[in-house]
Each structure stands twice: as structure tokens, then as C-alpha cells.
Design a protein around this ligand. Structure first.
Ligand code: CA
Length: 299
């Protein structure tokens, strides 16, 4: 018992010293090779790799980084603005964002792509870019409460939040906007749920908004506006029993969905597919531009 306590306190002391030695670099983005979320010995600062060209790819050697066998997480411990117009991270591990992100200049692009893990953005952060903002994970993509995700300029600006095999969770009071396409999706066949929390706003100035999932779509107390709006839940093996294609469930409650110059199309595929639009206002260019496509419709 005594020995265990002593070893524990020694380990703590070593940990503190190690952390202290690296404190100077602790606010820059880093490749977290031991996957503990903390910058320590063995991890690699990405300040140089990202500073050179704005790009880091965990499968390629870059400015002191050598590819490794295991999962490489990437952490942004604090606010980071790329001066190279692009900020592109592609890694096989998780990507964690604890500070706001930006990419300077016209045509600015931010792409965070996890080919083997999740993407997490802490609450209350602001991620802005001129042109393209994409958060893409093989697993879950989670956006905390009060986050702002904005692609600010021209008609081609877009925001895409997508998970291939996991869920997309958007918290409450989140603001997502672009002039062009806004997509919040999970894989048609393999994806999980798409959830957006109350008080959130999703807006495309001149393009489409597409919120679709391989599992349930659940939107509550939100405002959604675009040229055209598509919301839907696919019938997928994830919702079905014994390998059958299960029905989709699309819930849009207590919300405002607006496409004043276009169409609103909502669907829930499969036998027994259900749309629930209780207390939701659906506005399109005309009445027949609102289509609800499912076996069961609850209003
Ligand atoms: Ca670490």
C-alpha cells in the first residue's frame, strides 16, 4: 500500500516536470502521439508544419514529424489562425479543438478530417473562414454549445459537417452560416443520427441546406433558412432489424424552416418511415413547394 502511494506520487512529479519542460509550446497545435490530450514528451508540435503551408497529413513526414503506426490525434489547445489561407488537417486519430480557428484571406479554407476517429469542437468557439469550412469524421463529429461556424463571403462559400459512420451532435445556440451550401450529414448507409440543439441557427444565404442521416434526424427549437432545404432520414441497416432496411425518423419540432424562394423537402424513408413536424413552421415559395415524404406524418 505504502509503495503504491509512493510510486503514484513519483509518477505525478515526473509528469509535472515533463509538462513544465514543454510548457513553452503548449498553446500551439500538436500531434498527440500518446493520445492523452496533453502536449508532452514524444508528441510533435505542428506549429512549423502548419506554419509552412497550412497543411498537416499524419501519413506524411513534415517538419519534424514522422508517420507512426498508431492513431495520431491532433489537438488545438488554443486559438490558432493560419496565415497561409488554408488550414488543412488530415489524420487517422481524433481532432480536438479547444480554441477558435481561422484561415486568413480571400478564399480561405479550413478542413479538419479524421479518417479514423472523431472531431470535437468545444463550446463557445468561433471558427471562421472566407470560403470553405469542413469538419469531417469517420466517427462522431461534436460541436459544443454556442459555437459559431461561418464561411463568410461569396456564393461558393460552404460549411460541411459530416460523419461517415458516427453521429453528428450540434449543441444548443450554435450558429452555422454560409452564402452557399450548408451540409450537416451522416453516411446514407452507415451513418448515425444528426442532432441539432435548441436555439441554433443554420443559414445559407443563396444556396441549399442539407441535413440528412443514415439514422434519425432530430432538430428541436431551431431556425433553418436557405434557398432550398432538404431534411431527411434514410432507411438504413442501422435502423433495421436483422439486416433489414429500417425506417427513417425525421423529427423537426418547434422550429422554423424557411425557403422563401425555393423548396422545403422533408423525408423519412422505408416502411413506417415517420416525419414529426409538431409545432414547426414550414415556409417555401408556395404551398406545393413544401413536400413531406414518409409513411407516417405527425404534425
Ligand atoms: Ca500527449
Amino acid at each position: 500500500m505504502m509503495r503504491k502511494t509512493l510510486l503514484t506520487s513519483m509518477a505525478l512529479a515526473v509528469g509535472l516536470m515533463a509538462r513544465g519542460a514543454f510548457a513553452a509550446d503548449a498553446t500551439g497545435p500538436f500531434a498527440d502521439l500518446d493520445n492523452d490530450g496533453v502536449f508532452g514528451p514524444g508528441d510533435v508540435s505542428l506549429t512549423k508544419a502548419l506554419g509552412n503551408d497550412g497543411v498537416f497529413d499524419s501519413s506524411r513526414a513534415d517538419a519534424g514529424y514522422q508517420p507512426v503506426d498508431g492513431k495520431v490525434d491532433v489537438v488545438f489547445p488554443a486559438r490558432y489562425v493560419s496565415k497561409k489561407r488554408v488550414l488543412v488537417v488530415k489524420t487517422n486519430g481524433d481532432i480536438s479543438v479547444h480554441g477558435g480557428l481561422g484561415a486568413a484571406g480571400n478564399g480561405g479554407v479550413i478542413v479538419l478530417l479524421s479518417t479514423g476517429g472523431a472531431v470535437h469542437v468545444d463550446g463557445s468557439l468561433r471558427l471562421t473562414t472566407d470560403s470553405v469550412l469542413q469538419l469531417i469524421g469517420l466517427g462522431d463529429v461534436v460541436v459544443g454549445d454556442g459555437v459559431q461556424l461561418l464561411a463568410k463571403s461569396g456564393d461558393f462559400s460552404m460549411v460541411s459537417i459530416a460523419s461517415q459512420d458516427g453521429n453528428v451532435h450540434i449543441g444548443s445556440n450554435v450558429n452555422i452560416g454560409a452564402q452557399g451550401l450548408v451540409e450537416i450529414t451522416t453516411g446514407d448507409q452507415t451513418g448515425g443520427v444528426v442532432e441539432v440543439g435548441p436555439g441554433s441557427r443554420v443559414a445559407s444565404g443563396g444556396g441549399s441546406a442539407r441535413l440528412t442521416a443514415g439514422n434519425d434526424v432530430s432538430l428541436t427549437g431551431m431556425k433553418l433558412s436557405a434557398q432550398n432545404v432538404l431534411i431527411g432520414s434514410h432507411a438504413s441497416p442501422r435502423t433495421g432489424r436483422a439486416g433489414a432496411m429500417g425506417p427513417g425518423y425525421t423529427t423537426v419540432r418547434s422550429s422554423l424552416v424557411k425557403a422563401p424562394h425555393g423548396q422545403v423537402h422533408i423525408f423519412a424513408d422505408g416502411d413506417g418511415g415517420t416525419i414529426d413536424v409538431t409545432k414547426t413552421a414550414l415556409q417555401a415559395e408556395s404551398r406545393d413547394q413544401v413536400t413531406l415524404d414518409a409513411d407516417i406524418i405527425v404534425r
